[in-house]
Ligand binder design. Structure first.
Ligand SMILES: NC(=O)c1ccc[n+]([C@@H]2O[C@H](COP(=O)([O-])OP(=O)(O)OC[C@H]3O[C@@H](n4cnc5c(N)ncnc54)[C@H](OP(=O)(O)O)[C@@H]3O)[C@@H](O)[C@H]2O)c1
Length: 298
């Protein structure tokens, strides 16, 4: 099965490395060519357009920033639709608005291309070992045809039904990530403010029912100010914005996500966007230091 990959950022690069290791022939494109070097070294064929990726593939995986980027690589000059399209399957692994994803899959079907939404949970580290959790939506027969690929990418795959539903569930997942990152950050901040070693806070939390993978793993990096990105703060902000837009389009109010959006927007404006999303702790630390210095100058 010949696979194509459009987008070799942090997640795309890791998914690509796993596919190569598993023996899939892989053709890749990235807007910034530099980011295809590691895949090329590991056996991928690097091409200059998404069109060429489609020409050389049976299934093309898109992993780019947002819905606008998905539209660009799909439909604009030298986009996927201009490549070979007979029986082509496109899997969109980017995290995007489910309503926009439905529009994109409808547009692909005008060109007789089947699109599945295939968002994932898990970062680059688990992507390299094929241990992502995959959510898939779109035509069942297309899902069945692609199952061998999905079994390589993920240790668990959930088929959810019609296009857009996988992205909808993915947003509900990223809502959890947002709340957990903020909860741990504010817990650490409160512990530090009370002159308690934040490691004690984490050790106690992780001895309880309320522990999470995040508190057990990322938490200890956070208290050492280690925020090397596996998923950037600015990309989580993008997802919080998408969660908010999606809620509004369903007439729903998610009060804590609106607050989270403000906090993450401010953190990005303040220059924290390229840190890991858990770097929200560093932003909360900064605003408290600013508040303290204002208090002491009164
Ligand atoms: N990292 C994770 O843990 C993770 C987990 C699940 C889902 N995701 C989702 O996966 C997607 C990629 O995330 P990432 O972490 O790999 O982000 P990233 O490292 O920032 O990579 C973003 C990718 O999108 C491309 N891109 C952005 N705008 C584009 C445009 N207008 N046209 C063409 N390409 C464009 C970038 O190309 P350039 O290199 O040229 O900028 C790059 O390949 C996002 O939707 C993210 O929410 C990420």
């Amino acid at each position: 099965m010949k696979i194509g990959l459009v987008g070799t950022g942090m997640l795309g690069n890791a998914v690509g490395l796993n596919l190569l290791k598993s023996g899939f022939p892989l053709t890749v494109f990235n807007r910034t060519k530099e980011k295809t070097k590691e895949l090329e070294k590991n056996g991928a064929t690097v091409v200059s357009t998404p069109k060429e990726v489609a020409e050389n593939s049976e299934i093309v995986i898109i992993i780019v920033k947002d819905a606008d980027a998905v539209r660009q690589v799909s439909f604009e000059t030298n986009g996927i639709i201009h490549g070979k399209i007979n029986d082509l399957i496109v899997c969109d692994m980017s995290t995007i608005n489910p309503l926009k994803s439905k529009e994109i899959s409808n547009k692909f079907s005008e060109f007789k291309i089947s699109m599945l939404d295939t968002p994932v949970m898990g970062g680059p580290k688990v992507a390299i070992s094929g241990d992502l959790v995959l959510m898939v939506a779109g035509k069942k027969e297309v899902f069945d045809k692609s199952k061998k690929l999905f079994d390589c990418i993920a240790h668990k795959t959930f088929y959810l039904g019609k296009n857009g539903t996988a992205h909808a569930v993915k947003l509900a997942m990223n809502l959890q990530i947002t709340m957990l990152a903020l909860a741990i950050s504010e817990g650490i901040t409160l512990a530090r403010g009370s002159e308690i070693d934040p490691k004690i806070f984490l050790d106690i939390l992780n001895s309880t029912y309320f522990k999470t993978g995040m508190s057990e793993n990322k938490g200890y990096k956070m208290i050492q100010d280690k925020f090397e990105a596996t998923f950037t703060l600015k990309n989580l902000k993008k997802d919080i914005q998408t969660i908010s837009e999606t809620a509004h389009s369903h007439g729903l109010e998610l009060p804590l996500m609106e607050k989270a959006l403000q906090v993450y927007q401010n953190a990005e404006k303040d220059g924290f966007g390229n840190l890991d999303y858990t770097g929200i702790l560093a932003y909360i630390k900064k605003i408290n230091e600013n508040n303290r210095s204002l208090d002491s100058s009164d």
